[in-house]
Write a protein that binds this ligand. Structure first.
Ligand SMILES: [Zn+2]
Length: 233
């Protein structure tokens, strides 16, 4: 991304001050998208210290996941709901990167995540990708990659079919909706690899379960899961 000259940037800031997407306060220089106070108040889960955490429990009896973690707790109506909203629907993809870096810094010292070989974002269907212009999960994955020092793979796992919106469906309907929608172009690229699957928010886990199930068909592949937010409904 091309940087604006600093003077021009400062001048524009006088007229159009940049605001924190979560609390709406004016950002000071060095702060991007979210203010320091909102970052420090973020309701982090610290699930990486708790192997049997609520996200891991979502997958019990459904698919084999090594470790499952989320960065923070997402509650409807909380100011942090806006963070996801801006990331997904308002074009603030860099916010995904920024949050991913912070999340990765927390995971970097966990031995569980040091054994990860590849970071794989949940893919969007190409039609949706074209419409949105970017995959928000890929930006989170790129942030995680920065702080974990692990490569990102975006082309191998893909979404075969265009699924309708998930939000109005219950868990069974969601599962039927995502079953068999993912495919892997070159399974050998993932064989014997520990894959960290990344998504923005986990609610029922149906999409992640469908991805993980697909990946686990590959010889000796292992899957862990990291999402930016956990919607505890
Ligand atoms: Zn703020």
């Amino acid at each position: 991304m091309k940087k604006m000259p600093r003077l021009l940037n400062d001048l524009l800031g006088l007229f159009y001050p940049e605001l924190c997407v979560t609390c709406g306060e004016r950002l000071i220089s060095q702060e991007k998208y979210v203010c320091m106070r909102c970052w420090s108040d973020l309701p982090v889960t610290n699930f990486h210290f708790e192997p049997d955490n609520k996200v891991a429990q979502l997958f019990w009896g459904r698919t084999k996941v090594e470790y499952a973690v989320s960065f923070y707790l997402f509650r409807k109506g909380s100011k942090y709901q806006k963070l996801i909203h801006f990331l997904k629907y308002e074009g603030l993809k860099e916010l995904g990167y920024e949050a991913g870096v912070r999340f990765g810094n927390r995971l970097a010292n966990s031995p569980e995540f040091q054994s990860v070989d590849l970071i794989v974002p949940v893919p969007l269907h190409k039609r949706k990708l074209r419409k949105r212009g970017y995959n928000q999960s890929e930006w989170i994955a790129r942030g995680l990659s920065e702080s974990l020092g692990k490569p990102v793979s975006t082309e191998n796992l893909y979404r075969k079919t265009f699924t309708s919106t998930q939000t109005q469906k219950n868990r069974i309907e969601r599962w039927q909706n995502v079953k068999d929608v993912f495919g892997v172009n070159q399974p050998e690229e993932f064989s014997e690899k520990h894959i960290l699957l990344v998504d923005d928010v986990v609610t029922t886990g149906a999409t992640l379960e469908a991805c993980a199930t697909q990946l686990l068909e590959i010889e000796k592949a292992k899957v862990s899961i990291a999402t930016l937010a956990f919607a505890d409904v």
